[in-house]
Design a binder for this molecule. Sequence first.
Ligand SMILES: [Zn+2]
Length: 64
Amino acid sequence: MTTKSTIISCACGACYEREERTLPIKDIGMFECLDCGARVEIWSGRTVPVFKRVKQPSPQQRSA
Ligand SMILES: [Zn+2]
């Protein structure tokens, strides 16, 4: 079994590490961005993604 992780970046600037897991039973679900609520992925089946946030979007930036 191989575990492959990829980095998904949302339009809001958040980044997620995505891994796939294989379940013994089918699962249906979806993942939404924790910061902006955009739908990132919908799945249905035994292979489901697991997301871990690795980068938050920058807060409103002031001129530095
Ligand atoms: Zn987002």
